[in-house]
Design a protein around this ligand. Sequence first.
Ligand SMILES: [Zn+2]
Ligand SMILES: [Zn+2]
Ligand SMILES: [Zn+2]
Length: 435
Amino acid sequence: MIYADLHIHIGQSLDGRAVKITAAKSLTLPNIIETAQEVKGLSLIGVIDVQSPGVRRDFQFLLAEGILHPLSGGGYASGKLTIIPGTEIELKEGSGSAHFLAFFPAIEHLERYAKNLSPYVKNLQLSSQKAYLAVSDWLEIVHENAGVWLPAHAFTPHKGIYGNCCSRLAEVLPEMPKALEIGLSADRVMALSVSELEGVQLFSNSDAHSLPNIAREYNALSLRDNSFAGLHELLAGASGEIIHNYGLPPKIGKYHRTYCLVCEQVVEGEPPQLTCPHCGSNHVVMGVLDRLNVIADRTAPEDSRYQYQVPLRQLPGIGPKTYSRLLAAFGTEMAILHDVAEQDLAKVSGDKAAHWIMKARSGQLEFSAGGGGVFGHIRLPCRIAAPLMNENLVHTITMAGEGRSYFLGAASPYIRRTTTTRCIADCCSFGKHAG
Ligand SMILES: [Zn+2]
Ligand SMILES: [Zn+2]
Ligand SMILES: [Zn+2]
Protein backbone atom coordinates (compact mmCIF):
# COMPACT_ATOMS: atom_id res chain seq x y z
CA MET A 1 0.00 0.00 0.00
CA ILE A 2 1.24 3.49 -0.84
CA TYR A 3 0.07 7.03 -0.04
CA ALA A 4 -0.61 9.26 -3.03
CA ASP A 5 -1.55 12.91 -3.64
CA LEU A 6 -2.13 13.56 -7.32
CA HIS A 7 -2.85 17.29 -7.35
CA ILE A 8 0.09 19.52 -6.34
CA HIS A 9 0.70 22.85 -8.07
CA ILE A 10 3.97 24.61 -8.89
CA GLY A 11 4.20 28.19 -7.56
CA GLN A 12 7.12 29.18 -9.74
CA SER A 13 9.69 27.58 -12.00
CA LEU A 14 13.34 27.71 -10.97
CA ASP A 15 13.96 30.59 -13.40
CA GLY A 16 11.83 32.70 -11.02
CA ARG A 17 8.81 32.98 -13.31
CA ALA A 18 5.34 32.53 -11.81
CA VAL A 19 3.41 29.36 -12.73
CA LYS A 20 0.42 29.19 -10.35
CA ILE A 21 0.04 32.84 -9.42
CA THR A 22 -2.05 32.16 -6.31
CA ALA A 23 0.40 29.53 -5.02
CA ALA A 24 3.40 30.04 -2.73
CA LYS A 25 6.71 30.85 -4.41
CA SER A 26 8.35 28.12 -2.32
CA LEU A 27 6.25 25.55 -4.21
CA THR A 28 9.06 24.64 -6.63
CA LEU A 29 9.67 21.18 -8.06
CA PRO A 30 12.68 20.37 -5.80
CA ASN A 31 10.85 21.63 -2.68
CA ILE A 32 7.74 19.60 -3.55
CA ILE A 33 9.80 16.44 -4.01
CA GLU A 34 11.58 16.99 -0.70
CA THR A 35 8.43 17.84 1.29
CA ALA A 36 6.33 15.03 -0.21
CA GLN A 37 8.97 12.43 0.57
CA GLU A 38 10.81 13.60 3.70
CA VAL A 39 8.07 15.45 5.59
CA LYS A 40 4.77 13.99 4.41
CA GLY A 41 5.84 10.40 3.72
CA LEU A 42 4.05 10.08 0.36
CA SER A 43 5.13 7.52 -2.26
CA LEU A 44 3.32 8.92 -5.30
CA ILE A 45 2.58 12.49 -6.32
CA GLY A 46 1.04 14.15 -9.34
CA VAL A 47 2.81 17.40 -10.16
CA ILE A 48 0.43 19.67 -12.04
CA ASP A 49 1.51 22.54 -14.33
CA VAL A 50 4.00 20.57 -16.45
CA GLN A 51 2.46 22.11 -19.59
CA SER A 52 4.59 25.08 -18.49
CA PRO A 53 7.91 25.29 -20.41
CA GLY A 54 9.59 26.56 -17.22
CA VAL A 55 8.46 23.50 -15.23
CA ARG A 56 9.60 21.13 -18.00
CA ARG A 57 13.03 22.79 -17.88
CA ASP A 58 13.06 22.12 -14.12
CA PHE A 59 12.35 18.43 -14.77
CA GLN A 60 15.20 18.37 -17.30
CA PHE A 61 17.53 20.05 -14.83
CA LEU A 62 16.73 17.55 -12.06
CA LEU A 63 17.14 14.66 -14.53
CA ALA A 64 20.57 15.99 -15.60
CA GLU A 65 21.57 16.38 -11.93
CA GLY A 66 20.58 12.76 -11.24
CA ILE A 67 17.92 13.83 -8.72
CA LEU A 68 15.18 12.39 -10.95
CA HIS A 69 15.25 9.14 -12.92
CA PRO A 70 12.72 8.12 -15.59
CA LEU A 71 10.76 4.97 -14.69
CA SER A 72 10.29 2.21 -17.27
CA GLY A 73 6.52 2.29 -16.64
CA GLY A 74 6.39 6.09 -17.09
CA GLY A 75 6.74 8.84 -14.53
CA TYR A 76 9.91 9.68 -12.60
CA ALA A 77 11.52 8.53 -9.38
CA SER A 78 13.41 10.45 -6.75
CA GLY A 79 14.45 8.01 -4.04
CA LYS A 80 11.30 6.04 -3.22
CA LEU A 81 8.96 8.79 -4.46
CA THR A 82 7.24 8.50 -7.84
CA ILE A 83 6.37 11.73 -9.65
CA ILE A 84 3.75 11.72 -12.43
CA PRO A 85 3.75 14.86 -14.59
CA GLY A 86 0.35 16.38 -15.22
CA THR A 87 -1.62 19.50 -16.02
CA GLU A 88 -4.88 21.28 -15.13
CA ILE A 89 -7.06 23.15 -17.59
CA GLU A 90 -10.28 25.12 -17.61
CA LEU A 91 -12.87 24.26 -20.26
CA LYS A 92 -16.31 25.61 -20.99
CA GLU A 93 -19.01 22.99 -20.65
CA GLY A 94 -22.76 23.02 -20.21
CA SER A 95 -23.84 26.05 -18.21
CA GLY A 96 -20.39 26.97 -16.89
CA SER A 97 -16.74 26.04 -16.93
CA ALA A 98 -14.81 23.34 -15.11
CA HIS A 99 -11.28 22.23 -14.30
CA PHE A 100 -9.86 18.97 -15.61
CA LEU A 101 -6.61 17.16 -14.78
CA ALA A 102 -4.53 15.08 -17.17
CA PHE A 103 -1.44 12.96 -16.51
CA PHE A 104 1.20 11.75 -18.94
CA PRO A 105 4.04 9.21 -18.96
CA ALA A 106 6.83 11.75 -19.53
CA ILE A 107 7.63 15.42 -20.10
CA GLU A 108 8.06 14.72 -23.84
CA HIS A 109 4.34 13.84 -23.99
CA LEU A 110 3.51 17.07 -22.18
CA GLU A 111 5.67 19.01 -24.61
CA ARG A 112 3.61 17.66 -27.53
CA TYR A 113 0.40 18.19 -25.55
CA ALA A 114 1.37 21.84 -24.95
CA LYS A 115 2.18 22.30 -28.64
CA ASN A 116 -1.19 20.86 -29.69
CA LEU A 117 -2.96 23.07 -27.17
CA SER A 118 -1.06 26.29 -27.81
CA PRO A 119 -3.50 27.72 -30.42
CA TYR A 120 -6.25 27.63 -27.77
CA VAL A 121 -4.47 28.94 -24.67
CA LYS A 122 -3.06 32.42 -24.06
CA ASN A 123 -0.11 31.62 -21.76
CA LEU A 124 1.01 28.04 -21.21
CA GLN A 125 3.64 29.08 -18.65
CA LEU A 126 0.73 29.69 -16.27
CA SER A 127 -1.38 27.13 -14.42
CA SER A 128 -5.01 26.12 -14.96
CA GLN A 129 -5.51 28.39 -17.96
CA LYS A 130 -8.77 28.75 -19.87
CA ALA A 131 -8.59 26.83 -23.14
CA TYR A 132 -10.84 27.93 -25.96
CA LEU A 133 -11.69 24.54 -27.47
CA ALA A 134 -14.41 21.91 -27.02
CA VAL A 135 -13.97 19.22 -24.37
CA SER A 136 -14.06 16.58 -27.13
CA ASP A 137 -11.11 18.27 -28.91
CA TRP A 138 -9.18 18.53 -25.63
CA LEU A 139 -9.78 14.83 -24.93
CA GLU A 140 -8.46 13.99 -28.38
CA ILE A 141 -5.23 15.84 -27.59
CA VAL A 142 -4.93 14.03 -24.23
CA HIS A 143 -5.49 10.60 -25.84
CA GLU A 144 -3.12 11.33 -28.75
CA ASN A 145 -0.37 11.97 -26.24
CA ALA A 146 -1.00 8.82 -24.17
CA GLY A 147 -2.57 10.77 -21.29
CA VAL A 148 -5.25 9.93 -18.75
CA TRP A 149 -7.74 12.52 -17.49
CA LEU A 150 -10.29 13.25 -14.78
CA PRO A 151 -12.54 16.10 -13.65
CA ALA A 152 -10.89 18.11 -10.82
CA HIS A 153 -12.64 19.03 -7.53
CA ALA A 154 -15.84 17.91 -9.24
CA PHE A 155 -18.45 19.21 -6.78
CA THR A 156 -17.11 22.62 -5.77
CA PRO A 157 -18.99 25.72 -6.92
CA HIS A 158 -15.62 27.06 -8.06
CA LYS A 159 -14.89 25.35 -11.40
CA GLY A 160 -16.22 21.93 -10.41
CA ILE A 161 -18.07 20.19 -13.24
CA TYR A 162 -21.06 19.13 -11.10
CA GLY A 163 -20.77 22.37 -9.15
CA ASN A 164 -21.49 24.67 -12.07
CA CYS A 165 -21.74 22.86 -15.41
CA CYS A 166 -24.16 19.97 -15.26
CA SER A 167 -26.05 17.47 -13.17
CA ARG A 168 -25.01 14.45 -15.29
CA LEU A 169 -21.59 14.00 -16.86
CA ALA A 170 -23.04 11.58 -19.39
CA GLU A 171 -25.14 14.42 -20.80
CA VAL A 172 -22.25 16.81 -21.46
CA LEU A 173 -19.05 14.77 -21.86
CA PRO A 174 -18.27 12.77 -25.01
CA GLU A 175 -17.00 9.93 -22.80
CA MET A 176 -17.42 9.10 -19.11
CA PRO A 177 -14.26 9.67 -17.06
CA LYS A 178 -12.59 6.61 -15.53
CA ALA A 179 -11.70 8.65 -12.45
CA LEU A 180 -12.86 11.78 -10.67
CA GLU A 181 -11.45 14.02 -7.93
CA ILE A 182 -14.01 14.43 -5.16
CA GLY A 183 -12.70 17.78 -3.87
CA LEU A 184 -12.56 19.32 -0.44
CA SER A 185 -16.22 19.63 0.52
CA ALA A 186 -17.58 16.20 -0.37
CA ASP A 187 -16.83 12.58 0.43
CA ARG A 188 -17.31 9.19 -1.22
CA VAL A 189 -20.89 8.66 -0.05
CA MET A 190 -21.90 12.13 -1.25
CA ALA A 191 -20.23 11.51 -4.63
CA LEU A 192 -21.88 8.12 -5.03
CA SER A 193 -25.31 9.63 -4.48
CA VAL A 194 -24.97 10.40 -8.20
CA SER A 195 -25.42 6.90 -9.60
CA GLU A 196 -23.49 7.50 -12.82
CA LEU A 197 -20.29 7.60 -10.69
CA GLU A 198 -20.64 3.93 -9.71
CA GLY A 199 -17.48 2.25 -11.01
CA VAL A 200 -15.59 5.56 -11.44
CA GLN A 201 -12.36 5.69 -9.38
CA LEU A 202 -12.80 8.43 -6.78
CA PHE A 203 -9.67 10.27 -5.65
CA SER A 204 -9.01 12.73 -2.83
CA ASN A 205 -6.13 15.11 -3.49
CA SER A 206 -4.79 18.21 -1.83
CA ASP A 207 -4.84 20.73 -4.73
CA ALA A 208 -1.95 22.18 -2.70
CA HIS A 209 -1.08 25.82 -3.28
CA SER A 210 1.61 25.71 -0.55
CA LEU A 211 4.10 23.17 0.80
CA PRO A 212 2.33 22.58 4.15
CA ASN A 213 -0.92 21.81 2.31
CA ILE A 214 0.55 18.88 0.38
CA ALA A 215 -1.41 15.76 1.45
CA ARG A 216 -4.14 17.67 3.30
CA GLU A 217 -6.19 15.09 1.37
CA TYR A 218 -4.64 11.93 -0.10
CA ASN A 219 -5.27 8.31 -1.03
CA ALA A 220 -4.01 4.91 0.06
CA LEU A 221 -3.55 2.93 -3.15
CA SER A 222 -2.48 -0.53 -4.12
CA LEU A 223 -0.80 -0.42 -7.52
CA ARG A 224 0.79 -3.21 -9.53
CA ASP A 225 3.63 -0.82 -10.22
CA ASN A 226 4.28 2.59 -8.64
CA SER A 227 4.50 4.38 -11.99
CA PHE A 228 2.34 5.98 -14.67
CA ALA A 229 1.57 2.46 -15.95
CA GLY A 230 0.30 1.44 -12.49
CA LEU A 231 -1.95 4.51 -12.33
CA HIS A 232 -3.15 3.88 -15.89
CA GLU A 233 -4.06 0.28 -15.00
CA LEU A 234 -5.94 1.44 -11.91
CA LEU A 235 -8.00 3.85 -14.01
CA ALA A 236 -8.61 1.20 -16.65
CA GLY A 237 -9.82 -1.24 -14.00
CA ALA A 238 -7.07 -3.68 -14.99
CA SER A 239 -5.19 -3.84 -11.66
CA GLY A 240 -4.81 -2.03 -8.36
CA GLU A 241 -7.39 -0.28 -6.20
CA ILE A 242 -8.11 2.74 -4.04
CA ILE A 243 -8.02 1.32 -0.51
CA HIS A 244 -8.83 4.54 1.35
CA ASN A 245 -9.44 8.21 0.77
CA TYR A 246 -8.17 10.39 3.60
CA GLY A 247 -9.88 13.72 3.51
CA LEU A 248 -11.20 16.64 5.42
CA PRO A 249 -14.71 15.89 6.62
CA PRO A 250 -17.04 17.45 4.03
CA LYS A 251 -18.57 19.62 6.74
CA ILE A 252 -15.29 21.41 7.31
CA GLY A 253 -14.71 22.13 3.61
CA LYS A 254 -14.99 25.76 2.67
CA TYR A 255 -17.79 25.18 0.16
CA HIS A 256 -19.86 22.67 2.14
CA ARG A 257 -22.98 24.79 2.72
CA THR A 258 -24.54 27.63 0.81
CA TYR A 259 -23.08 31.02 1.70
CA CYS A 260 -25.00 34.30 1.43
CA LEU A 261 -22.84 36.99 -0.13
CA VAL A 262 -25.13 39.72 1.22
CA CYS A 263 -25.31 38.58 4.87
CA GLU A 264 -21.79 37.13 4.61
CA GLN A 265 -22.77 34.02 6.49
CA VAL A 266 -23.15 30.30 6.05
CA VAL A 267 -26.75 29.21 5.62
CA GLU A 268 -27.86 26.46 8.01
CA GLY A 269 -30.95 24.29 7.80
CA GLU A 270 -32.12 21.33 5.76
CA PRO A 271 -30.44 21.12 2.35
CA PRO A 272 -30.92 22.25 -0.31
CA GLN A 273 -30.72 25.96 0.53
CA LEU A 274 -30.78 27.75 -2.80
CA THR A 275 -31.48 31.25 -1.52
CA CYS A 276 -30.70 32.99 1.75
CA PRO A 277 -33.42 32.40 4.38
CA HIS A 278 -32.32 35.55 6.27
CA CYS A 279 -32.46 38.20 3.54
CA GLY A 280 -34.09 36.28 0.68
CA SER A 281 -31.18 37.01 -1.66
CA ASN A 282 -30.23 34.55 -4.38
CA HIS A 283 -26.79 36.14 -4.42
CA VAL A 284 -25.28 33.02 -2.85
CA VAL A 285 -22.40 30.60 -3.37
CA MET A 286 -24.17 27.26 -3.59
CA GLY A 287 -22.89 24.75 -1.05
CA VAL A 288 -21.64 21.34 -2.18
CA LEU A 289 -24.13 19.58 0.11
CA ASP A 290 -26.96 21.76 -1.20
CA ARG A 291 -25.94 21.17 -4.81
CA LEU A 292 -25.62 17.41 -4.32
CA ASN A 293 -29.02 17.37 -2.68
CA VAL A 294 -30.41 18.78 -5.92
CA ILE A 295 -28.58 16.48 -8.34
CA ALA A 296 -28.47 13.19 -6.35
CA ASP A 297 -30.56 10.37 -7.77
CA ARG A 298 -30.13 7.84 -4.96
CA THR A 299 -29.01 7.33 -1.37
CA ALA A 300 -25.53 5.85 -1.57
CA PRO A 301 -24.61 3.07 0.87
CA GLU A 302 -22.04 3.78 3.62
CA ASP A 303 -18.50 3.46 2.31
CA SER A 304 -15.81 2.84 4.89
CA ARG A 305 -13.08 3.61 2.38
CA TYR A 306 -13.43 7.34 3.07
CA GLN A 307 -11.75 8.25 6.34
CA TYR A 308 -12.07 11.71 7.82
CA GLN A 309 -8.79 13.23 8.79
CA VAL A 310 -7.33 16.70 9.26
CA PRO A 311 -3.69 17.54 8.64
CA LEU A 312 -1.41 16.89 11.61
CA ARG A 313 -0.35 20.53 12.02
CA GLN A 314 -3.95 21.59 12.31
CA LEU A 315 -4.84 19.33 15.21
CA PRO A 316 -5.35 20.99 18.60
CA GLY A 317 -2.35 20.68 20.86
CA ILE A 318 0.14 20.49 18.00
CA GLY A 319 2.00 23.78 17.80
CA PRO A 320 5.13 24.30 15.68
CA LYS A 321 7.48 22.97 18.39
CA THR A 322 5.48 19.79 19.04
CA TYR A 323 5.13 19.27 15.29
CA SER A 324 8.92 19.53 14.83
CA ARG A 325 9.59 17.20 17.75
CA LEU A 326 7.18 14.59 16.37
CA LEU A 327 8.79 14.75 12.91
CA ALA A 328 12.29 14.51 14.37
CA ALA A 329 11.27 11.43 16.38
CA PHE A 330 9.14 9.53 13.87
CA GLY A 331 10.19 10.75 10.40
CA THR A 332 7.06 11.64 8.47
CA GLU A 333 3.46 12.82 8.94
CA MET A 334 2.19 9.52 7.49
CA ALA A 335 4.12 7.55 10.12
CA ILE A 336 2.71 9.76 12.90
CA LEU A 337 -0.86 9.76 11.58
CA HIS A 338 -1.03 6.04 10.79
CA ASP A 339 1.60 3.94 12.50
CA VAL A 340 3.24 5.17 15.72
CA ALA A 341 1.70 3.77 18.92
CA GLU A 342 -0.11 6.23 21.23
CA GLN A 343 2.30 5.72 24.13
CA ASP A 344 5.29 6.47 21.87
CA LEU A 345 3.56 9.60 20.54
CA ALA A 346 2.78 10.69 24.09
CA LYS A 347 6.43 10.41 25.15
CA VAL A 348 7.36 13.01 22.52
CA SER A 349 4.27 15.20 22.26
CA GLY A 350 2.57 14.82 25.63
CA ASP A 351 -0.73 13.06 26.32
CA LYS A 352 -3.05 15.72 24.92
CA ALA A 353 -1.49 15.90 21.46
CA ALA A 354 -1.24 12.09 21.32
CA HIS A 355 -4.92 11.91 22.23
CA TRP A 356 -5.86 14.20 19.31
CA ILE A 357 -3.68 12.26 16.87
CA MET A 358 -5.42 9.03 17.88
CA LYS A 359 -8.81 10.72 17.46
CA ALA A 360 -7.79 11.81 13.95
CA ARG A 361 -6.49 8.30 13.18
CA SER A 362 -9.76 6.67 14.18
CA GLY A 363 -12.00 9.29 12.54
CA GLN A 364 -13.50 10.58 15.80
CA LEU A 365 -13.07 14.33 15.44
CA GLU A 366 -16.16 16.54 15.48
CA PHE A 367 -16.58 19.57 13.23
CA SER A 368 -18.58 22.71 12.55
CA ALA A 369 -19.64 23.50 8.99
CA GLY A 370 -17.80 25.76 6.57
CA GLY A 371 -19.17 27.61 3.54
CA GLY A 372 -18.57 30.41 1.04
CA GLY A 373 -14.81 29.93 0.96
CA VAL A 374 -14.36 29.80 4.75
CA PHE A 375 -13.29 26.54 6.36
CA GLY A 376 -15.23 25.06 9.27
CA HIS A 377 -13.40 24.03 12.41
CA ILE A 378 -12.90 21.21 14.85
CA ARG A 379 -15.34 21.22 17.72
CA LEU A 380 -13.66 20.91 21.05
CA PRO A 381 -15.88 18.96 23.42
CA CYS A 382 -16.17 20.81 26.74
CA ARG A 383 -14.19 18.20 28.62
CA ILE A 384 -11.30 18.74 26.21
CA ALA A 385 -11.74 22.49 25.95
CA ALA A 386 -11.75 23.04 29.68
CA PRO A 387 -8.19 21.88 30.43
CA LEU A 388 -6.93 23.95 27.51
CA MET A 389 -8.77 26.98 28.84
CA ASN A 390 -7.34 26.48 32.28
CA GLU A 391 -3.89 26.69 30.85
CA ASN A 392 -5.05 29.82 29.09
CA LEU A 393 -3.59 28.46 25.87
CA VAL A 394 -5.82 27.82 22.92
CA HIS A 395 -4.19 26.60 19.77
CA THR A 396 -5.94 28.24 16.91
CA ILE A 397 -5.54 29.30 13.38
CA THR A 398 -7.05 32.73 13.09
CA MET A 399 -8.61 33.92 9.88
CA ALA A 400 -6.86 37.06 8.73
CA GLY A 401 -8.74 40.11 9.91
CA GLU A 402 -11.84 38.29 11.01
CA GLY A 403 -11.06 37.98 14.67
CA ARG A 404 -12.68 34.57 14.65
CA SER A 405 -10.95 31.38 15.60
CA TYR A 406 -10.75 28.44 13.25
CA PHE A 407 -8.62 25.39 13.29
CA LEU A 408 -8.45 25.32 9.53
CA GLY A 409 -7.66 28.76 8.18
CA ALA A 410 -7.96 29.46 4.49
CA ALA A 411 -5.50 32.32 4.79
CA SER A 412 -2.90 31.03 7.19
CA PRO A 413 -1.51 27.56 7.71
CA TYR A 414 0.23 28.59 10.89
CA ILE A 415 -0.86 27.47 14.27
CA ARG A 416 -0.29 30.10 16.88
CA ARG A 417 -0.93 30.39 20.55
CA THR A 418 -3.39 32.96 21.66
CA THR A 419 -4.15 33.93 25.19
CA THR A 420 -7.83 34.43 24.55
CA THR A 421 -10.06 32.99 27.23
CA ARG A 422 -12.94 32.75 24.79
CA CYS A 423 -14.10 29.23 24.05
CA ILE A 424 -13.72 28.56 20.36
CA ALA A 425 -16.18 25.70 20.34
CA ASP A 426 -19.78 26.35 19.33
CA CYS A 427 -20.85 23.56 21.65
CA CYS A 428 -19.41 25.22 24.70
CA SER A 429 -20.11 28.64 26.17
CA PHE A 430 -17.04 28.52 28.38
CA GLY A 431 -15.45 31.91 28.71
CA LYS A 432 -17.88 33.62 26.32
CA HIS A 433 -19.13 35.79 29.16
CA ALA A 434 -15.64 36.35 30.45
CA GLY A 435 -14.82 37.96 27.08
ZN1 LIG B 1 -8.82 23.64 -10.17
ZN1 LIG C 1 -5.63 22.75 -8.98
ZN1 LIG D 1 -28.60 36.75 3.21
